[in-house]
Structures are given as C-alpha cells and as structure tokens.
Design a protein around this ligand. Structure first.
Ligand code: ADP
Ligand code: MG
Length: 609
C-alpha cells in the first residue's frame, strides 16, 4: 500500500490557520490596526462597509514597506518583529506571529498600497485567496493602506456563520474602542458606510476615554496613579455611586494592550467592597505597565488573555491602589456630589429638579390671553408654557376677540366659525385621527397620534434625566421569556427603564419578570414595546454616544402614544392640545414628522372660487 501522508498545499494550510486568527470582521480590524500601530503610525483611519463584511480598510501614516517586504508580509510566519524565540519574552510590539496578513489573504480579496518615506514610488499588491494577482509600482502617500474585501468569500461556511451587521458592527466598535483607548497619543478615525462614527484627536488617556465613552463619564472618574517596581498603574475607576447592576465599563490594558483577566478584575472589585450598592459593578480603565519579560501574552492566539509572572503581588498592588484612590477621593468628598444640573433638560434647572409631574389644568384655555388666572396653575411643577409657534398661531387673536364673562373666548365676528359657545366645543375629532380646532386665521389640524408622541417623548426624556417616572404596580407580574442575548440588552437598560416607571422583579438568564409599568403603558403593549427597544438597541452602537436615552424615549413614546382610531372626548382633546403646546418643540415628532398643520381662510376661500 502506498504512503498516504502529504503536506497540505500552502493555501489550504493558510485557510486553516486563518480560522484561528480571523473569526470575524472585528478580528481583521484588530490585526490591521495593530500592524499600523507597530509601524509607528501617528494617525490611523478605519473604514468599513456593511459591518466589515464587504470592506475593512485601514490607512496609516506609518513607516510603510519596501516592495519586497510588502510581498513577504503575506507569507506565513513572516514577521519583522521577532527573530529568535528569546524575543518572545521581550515583546514591544502587538504582532509577532507573522500570521495575520497571510491568514487574511487566504480568505479575502486583499489589496495593499504602501510607501516608505525615502522611496519615490510605492508598491501595490493584490491578492486573492493567497494568490498574488498583481504587483506594481504606485503613487501613494507614505504609510500603508490595506483593503480587505469580501471576507470569507471562499469559505461559505464561515461567511454563513457571521452574525447580523449590527452584531458584527458592535464587535468592531468594541475592538476599535480597545485599540484607541490603549493609544491616546495616536489619532483615530472610524467611518462606517460613509458615516463617521469617531474622530479622535491625539490626546491624553482621560480625554480619549471621554471622547469614546461620552462626556458624561468625565465627572465620574477617579484618577489612579501608583508606581512600584513590579508595575506602574495609572488610569481611572468610576465613582462608586455611579456603579450599576449592568456590567460596567471595564478595561484593563497591559503594556498598551487590552487584556481580560478575571483575577485582576477581582482585585478591583474587592477594592470597592462596602462602597457599592448591592450587585452593582464598578467601571474601570486601568493601564498597567510591567516589564515585558514578566508577562506572557503568548498563551492565546487573539492575545487578550495573558499570564503574569507574579500574579499574587500584582493582585495586591492593584487592589491597594484602587482602594487608595477611592479613599483619597472620598476625603475630597465635595466633588462627590454630581452636578446634576449639567444633564438636566429644558426648564428643569430653573424650576428645581422635582418630579416632573404633569398637572393638567382642565380649565386651561389656549385661546385665553396668557397671564389669565385660568390658564395656569401657579402651584404646578409643570407650567404649560406656550411655545413660540403657539404665540405665532394665535397672534392677533387677543385684540380681535372679546372675553365672555366666564372667561372663555368668544371669537370675533369675522372668524370663520363664529360661535357663542365656549371654545372646548370648537374642537372636533375627524376620522379618529385628527383633532381640529378653530383659529382666528382658519383651522388647526393636529395629528392625534403624533401630538401625543411628542408630549410623551418630552415627558419621558425628563423622567430619564431626573429618574423618577411613576409606576403602576401590576397585580400579576408579567413573565417574559426571551433569548439570553435579548435579556442581556434589557438588563443593560434596566436603570433607564426603571427611571421611566418599569419595575423589574427579576431579570434572569432568559426570563424577565415585570411587576410595574410606566403609568401610561398598557400591559398589552409591553411586549411589543420591549421588543422594539431590544431591536433598536441591537442596531445601535453601544457607547457611541449617549443619545440612546433620546432614542429610548422616542421608542417608548411611539409605542405608548394614542393611535389613529382611538376615540377622544372634548376634554381629552383639549388636554392634548394644551400639553402639546407646552412642549419645547410642538411642531415635530421626535422622528421629525409634522404634528399639526393649519388651513387658513385663504386656503378655504380658494376652494370656493
Ligand atoms: P506580525 O504583525 O505578527 O509581524 P503580520 O502578518 O500582521 O504579522 O504582518 C507581517 C509583517 O508585515 C509585519 O511584521 C510588518 O513588517 C509588515 N506590516 C504589516 N502591516 C504593516 C503596516 N501597516 N505598515 C508597515 N508594515 C506592516
Ligand atoms: Mg500583525
């Protein structure tokens, strides 16, 4: 019988190796960005299309490659970063395996343009499935641009395995955060499908963290700095009172590399002992510098898990420095009080941050001149304040109308719909969709669904900021079974949801038990609302900015608002009109749709010509 053992052809070996290095578009992002950093780039741009499935492109202004090196870079085990096994124990670079580019080129269409500073011309190489299809001189800026297209085009099984764009984009964003946070002295830009998600100038650790996580974290950071022989620690931990039940922002960097380390994580958590509310998680951004030969980053192919020589001492030092920083900080407790004013919307600051209860005055009459005692309840926390448009709409009304004894408006004789009745009867519902009211100049037509959406949106936004929505307790808690992934999203939003009136009895692995709902939410609508919040959250970039509060409010408003088809009585319509025109922006919904329109006398006159 003949021998049966053969060496695998290179492209097959590369494809197999690729499986280890490249699991998803985010892995390509990580490898390419790390190469750019190793090439001493000062500015790095990441451009992706379709969550990296169609394109991952990294452009750097680093040292570039020679024509031969550019070709060599795609060979397996080709690296400029180490030459002996001994070098492995003294790594100053991100890469060292010489596998990344070979792996990526085995499973994608790759194109490189690169030039060194002293070369007149650069070189361009195109590779498909490990085969070089062309290499030629090219005019290109100093540095390297690598484009990786159609990832896994020749490994359909892997391509099928990729998650939705939203999930893959989240993975990429996480990777980008980690690399960018580890290197604040490098400028980073991140563009997805032609829209810029991040543009981070070179700066300090603190600024980089704030630029990525949003300015709201700025006043929540406690600085840490500790120098020992074993390790230098710097960075920030979150003030204890901002810790949440959801997983905090937890970042360890060792020698400029993001790592995961459950033992050190425990050291930080234990330093917070006694300072955190039950089950709350601290946030931290800790940068450790250790001698390169005291850490082994070789134990995991994607290199987020590392092994330290003296983990016990490191544990003790990390714990002590966090404790120390927190102690220092609480002595200086004046700063402990968060300046909530900075986050408060609208008039809340002026009026004080009491519960934003809406007390609607059923007697409030928009047709009354402002200042009338009927128009506002003076002891209300919430003063319906006609917005600019409201004034404009009713401009001229005052002079031309006369007030009846009861204080209700008697339209002037030349109005279209003269009436001796009080104005509330001048409100009609049309097709259970529009609320129609008369104006001096004609008709006001309000879309009831959109008007209510605007009112709820602004109300929810206030509740989300000052965190005191009103709940209705449920007699029988709602039990809701969902996939783990969705439950996790909900649990991340728990605090926000509670601030608008949700009460959770329990959030388990894949079950959510709800025992209280926001006041205006019908239990029949809960599932569809939570579904849409989850879906929306999945599409959204985590941490990209803090407007998710905005989006949450807008989602909830859409779901809770009156619908077309809901019958309204005169008082309900009046109340809605009052609330609408007390809004900051009554004319548009949160999504920018028109809430009301006017039909003037001229419009109507024209119809009768
Ligand atoms: P490693 O980073 O482990 O060395 P890679 O396959 O990622 O392996 O890269 C191979 C080699 O290609 C690197 O060692 C480096 O010399 C070169 N290289 C890769 N990317 C760049 C870049 N952006 N700028 C300059 N040289 C690069
Ligand atoms: Mg590399």
């Amino acid at each position: 019988m003949s021998d049966i053992i053969r060496l695998l052809p290179d492209h097959v070996a590369n494809q197999i190796a690729a499986g280890e290095v490249v699991q998803r578009p985010a892995s390509v992002v990580k490898e390419l960005m790390e190469n750019a950093i190793d090439a001493s780039a000062k500015a790095i741009t990441l451009i992706i299309k379709d969550a990296g499935k169609t394109l991952v492109q990294v452009i750097d202004d680093g040292k570039g490659m020679s024509t031969t090196d550019a070709r060599m870079a795609f060979e397996r085990h080709a690296t400029s970063k180490i030459s002996t096994a001994q070098d492995l124990f003294n790594l100053a670079t991100k890469g060292f395996r010489g596998e990344a580019l070979a792996s990526v080129a085995a499973i994608a269409h790759v194109s490189v343009k690169t030039r060194r500073e002293n070369d007149d011309l650069g070189t361009q190489i195109d590779i498909e499935g490990s085969k070089v299809t062309s290499q030629e001189p090219v005019v290109t800026p100093v540095g390297t641009m690598i484009s990786v297209r159609n990832l896994f085009y020749n490994v359909p099984a892997r391509r099928k395995f990729l998650k939705s764009d939203s999930v893959e984009l989240r993975n990429i964003t996480n990777e980008f955060h980690r690399v960018a946070m580890a290197h604040p002295q490098i400028a980073f830009r991140f563009v997805n499908n032609d829209s810029e998600l991040f543009n981070l100038p070179a700066s300090t650790y603190r600024h980089r963290i704030v630029n990525i996580m949003g300015s709201r974290v700025d006043d929540k950071l406690v600085p840490i700095k500790e120098q020992t022989e074993l390790v230098n620690i710097q960075g920030y931990v979150g003030k204890p009172e901002f810790a949440r039940k959801t997983k905090g922002l937890q970042y360890f960097f060792v020698n400029d590399r993001f790592i995961k380390h459950s033992y050190l994580h425990h050291a930080v958590v234990s330093a917070f002992e006694g300072l955190l509310p039950d089950k709350a998680n601290p946030s931290y951004f800790l940068y450790l510098d250790v001698p390169p030969d005291s850490v082994d980053i070789n134990i995991h192919p994607t290199k987020t898990e590392v092994k330290f020589e003296d983990e016990h001492s490191l544990y003790a030092i990390v714990r002590a420095s966090v404790k120390h920083a927190l102690g220092q900080f609480s002595i200086d407790a004046i700063d402990f009080q968060k300046d909530t004013e900075l986050d408060l919307p609208y008039e809340t600051i002026k009026n004080g941050a009491q519960a934003p209860r809406i007390e609607v005055d059923p007697d409030f009459n928009p047709f009354q001149p402002s200042g009338s005692s009927h128009s506002q309840k003076t002891n209300s926390h919430y003063h319906p304040k006609p917005a600019g448009n409201w004034d404009a709409l009713y401009a001229g009304l005052e002079e031309k109308s006369t007030l009846t004894d009861e204080g209700s408006l008697e339209p002037a004789s030349e109005t279209l719909f003269s009436s001796t009745e009080s104005t509330t009867t001048n409100i009609f519902q049309l097709q259970r969709k529009y609320i129609i009211s008369t104006l001096q100049s004609g008709l006001l037509v309000i879309n009831q669904n959109r008007a209510h959406e605007r009112v709820l949106y602004e109300q929810l936004l206030r509740q989300l900021t000052v965190q005191n929505g009103v709940s209705q307790q449920l007699l029988f808690p709602i039990q809701w079974e969902r996939p783990i992934e969705e439950v996790q999203i909900l649990s991340q939003l728990q605090q926000e949801l509670e601030s608008v009136g949700f009460l959770f009895k329990n959030i388990g692995q894949n079950i959510v038990e709800i025992e209280g709902l926001p006041l205006d939410l019908k239990s029949a609508d809960v599932e569809s609302l939570l579904d849409s919040i989850i879906k929306f959250q999945q599409e959204e970039l985590p941490d990209a900015n803090f407007s998710h509060v905005d989006r949450l409010a807008s989602r909830m408003a859409t779901s809770m608002a009156l619908k077309t088809g809901d019958a309204l009585n005169a008082q309900q319509m009046q109340q809605l009109i009052d609330e609408l025109f007390a809004c900051k922006e009554p004319e548009l919904t949160a999504q920018g749709k028109k809430v009301f329109t006017t039909i003037t006398g001229e419009h109507l006159n024209a119809k009768f010509n």
